[in-house]
Write a protein that binds this ligand. Sequence first.
Ligand SMILES: Nc1ncnc2c1ncn2[C@@H]1O[C@H](COP(=O)(O)OP(=O)(O)OP(=O)(O)O)[C@@H](O)[C@H]1O
Length: 131
Amino acid sequence: MTTDSRDKQHQITRNHSLAAAIKNSWNGIWTVIRRERNMRIHIAAALVIGIAALFDHLKPIEWLPLIAAITLVICLEFVNTIVEALVDLIVGHHYDIKAGLAKDVAAGLVSFAVFIELLVVAIVFWSHFKG
Ligand SMILES: Nc1ncnc2c1ncn2[C@@H]1O[C@H](COP(=O)(O)OP(=O)(O)OP(=O)(O)O)[C@@H](O)[C@H]1O
């Protein structure tokens, strides 16, 4: 295989068009959804929250904190996946205490965001029914 044909299969240059940039970014999102079980759980939880908010006729202002909390969790799960990929790229299959720390802190960020998400959901629905 020549270098040229290899480069066509595995792009390592800048995107030549906006369409290519969008296609590659969607590919990144889809890859995370396919590979990361936790991301699928976050999306399922977001759907459940959204359906509950629809059924309970939440006001637009009440949707905002829910959307913010869900966005935070999903964005941090992307960050967690990026950290895992970079750590694996750097250390491979070797044990390294700093690699473990980086992965644990990244996972901890997601857990913290999920805790905030649960808190936000509880407060929004509680205040909706209370008043
Ligand atoms: N190279 C390494 N060196 C040291 N510890 C590691 C290494 N790779 C993984 N670990 C430890 O194993 C844990 C799980 O690893 P990893 O994050 O790759 O698995 P995962 O199942 O994809 O995690 P998550 O549930 O967050 O997606 C890490 O949080 C870390 O404590």
